[in-house]
Structures are given as structure tokens and as C-alpha cells.
Design a binder for this molecule. Structure first.
Ligand code: NDP
Length: 247
């Protein structure tokens, strides 16, 4: 089966890495549901990009941190599109701070969005995938989930958690020909990383063997492979896209 004509849903598709993934899936012939939480203008711009590369898409406003909203929203999408074949759990936030100063709400917000959100979306998406006995789930983790990072205990815990989530889902759904994999980006140029001060940026560059920050298309290329037919025998794995910063 080729992925031409498949129905894809990308959480946090309105900006950054998610937007590049939407465009890539659109160029592969998918219908792309572009999820966002607050920036409908940005989601519409993504859809325009999807159209420009020959794909089709529609925006869907859902807060992935809200379990019930996700279950109901995915049901509506399946009713309208007939299926969800490809799910990319990309939506993510940061609420950084040293543990001593981190508020409970900062922990909860990051875990609820980045980890529970991926669980809620996967739970809702596997139903139509199981019926079709075909599916692709790609979770966007992070280098921080592997290396840890002072000031990011919440983010690191959520992104490490995604690895366990991925492997367990991969085992649970392999018999239904649903593959579940991770992409773990390093430092990619997006709104999430644009406010780094110059000293931090320079230090980071000195730690990256390929001596450059990554681009959103570098991550989209890994997703492109994982959702393709060529990756049909790959499940429970992580592709690191980080310029060699973590090996
Ligand atoms: P951005 O901050 O540029 O974009 C975040 C996206 O997530 C937006 O589309 C936003 O929607 C959406 N979003 C945030 N919260 C929710 C929510 N509750 N429900 C639905 N959508 C939500 O992030 P990046 O593109 O930089 O990051 C994308 C993913 O990649 C994240 O999971 C991040 O952790 C991960 N990552 C990023 C790295 C980087 O260097 N940039 C490195 C490693 C991992 P809206 O536009 O409506 O606000």
C-alpha cells in the first residue's frame, strides 16, 4: 500500500516542526488534518502550504491535553474522513524552570500536553487503524528525553515517557500492522527555540558535531520515511535527528 490518499492527522501542525510534517505528508498525497490549539491563522497558513505542494487538508482545533475533547474530536474526524491512517503526535510545550522554582502547574501542563496528549490521540486513532489493519503512529520526542536537561525535568520526563509509550504501543498493535515509532529531534530552529540567547546558542553549536542547528525539514524527512511503505518492518524505534549531538 502506498500512502497516497491516506488520512493523516498532525497534532500541533500549525507551526514549526508540525507544519513541515504537514507539508511533507501533503506532498506525499495524504489528506492532512492540521491540529492546533489557539492559532487558527497559523493552521490556515499550513493548509495553504499543503495545497501548494499538491495535497489537501483541513484545520481542527483540539486541545490535546483534554482527553474527552480528543476522543470526541477524533470520532468526528473519522465520521467525516472515514479513517485516520497516520497520526503524528507532535504537539508540545515547554514550561522550563529549576525544580526548586517549578510550580506544580508547570509540571502538569507539560506532562498533560506532551505525554498524556500523545496517549489520548493514540487511543482514539488506533480504533480506525485496527479496522483497516494498517496504521502509522509517529511520536515526536526530543533529545532531552535521552540526555536530560537541568531546568527541564517536566519536559525531559514527558519526552522520555514517550519512548516507553511508543515501545508499548508498538508491541500492542504490531499484529494489526500498525507501526509506532519516535523521532527525537535535537535543536531545531522554530518558535520554541528562537529565544535562546546568543551564548547558549554558541555553546550548543560547539556541542553539535555537524555544527549547525537543525531545520524543520530534517525532522519531516524522518517522519516521511517512518510513514512510508519502506518502513513497514520498522516499529518501536527512535530516529535521532540531532546533528550528532547525542549518540
Ligand atoms: P512550536 O512551539 O513551534 O509549535 C508548537 C505546536 O504545538 C503549535 O502548533 C501549537 O499550536 C501546538 N500545541 C501546543 N499545545 C497544544 C495543545 N494543548 N493542543 C494542540 N496543539 C498544541 O514547537 P516546535 O515545532 O518547536 O516543536 C514541535 C514538537 O517537537 C514538540 O513536541 C517539541 O517538544 C518537539 N521538539 C522540538 C525541538 C526544537 O528544537 N524545536 C527539539 C526537540 C523536540 P498553536 O499554533 O495553536 O499554538
Amino acid at each position: 500500500m502506498t500512502i497516497q490518499g491516506k488520512i493523516a492527522l498532525v497534532t500541533g501542525g500549525s507551526r514549526g516542526i508540525g507544519r513541515a510534517i504537514c507539508a511533507r505528508l501533503g506532498s506525499m498525497g495524504c489528506f492532512v488534518w492540521v491540529n492546533y490549539v489557539s492559532r487558527s491563522d497559523a493552521a490556515e497558513e499550513t493548509i495553504e502550504m499543503v495545497r501548494q505542494v499538491g495535497g489537501q487538508g483541513q484545520a481542527v482545533q483540539l486541545d490535546v491535553a483534554d482527553f474527552n475533547q480528543v476522543q470526541d474530536g477524533f470520532k468526528d474526524i473519522v465520521a467525516e474522513s472515514g479513517s485516520i491512517d497516520i497520526l503524528v503526535n507532535n504537539a508540545g510545550i515547554t514550561r522550563d524552570g529549576l525544580v526548586a522554582r517549578m510550580k506544580e502547574g508547570d509540571w502538569d501542563a507539560v506532562l498533560d500536553t506532551n505525554l498524556k496528549g500523545a496517549f489520548s490521540c493514540a487511543k482514539a486513532a488506533v480504533k480506525p487503524m485496527m479496522k483497516k489493519r494498517w496504521g502509522r503512529i509517529v511520536n515526536i520526542s526530543s533529545i532531552i528525553g535521552f540526555s536530560g536537561n537541568g531546568g527541564q525535568v517536566n519536559y525531559a520526563a514527558a519526552k522520555s515517557g514517550m519512548i516507553g509509550l511508543t515501545k508499548s504501543l508498538a508491541r500492542e498493535f504490531a499484529s494489526r500492522k500498525i507501526t509506532v515509532n519516535c523521532v527525537a529531534p535535537g535543536y531545531i530552529v522554530t518558535e520554541m527555540t528562537q529565544d535562546l540567547d546568543e551564548a547558549v546558542r554558541e555553546k550548543m553549536l560547539s556541542e553539535i558535531p555537524l555544527a549547525a542547528l537543525g531545520e524543520v525539514d530534517d525532522v519531516a524527512a524522518a517522519v516521511e520515511y517512518l510513514v512510508s511503505d519502506r518502513a513497514g518492518y520498522v516499529t518501536g524505534q527512535t530516529i535521532h535527528v540531532n546533528g550528532g549531538m547525542y549518540m
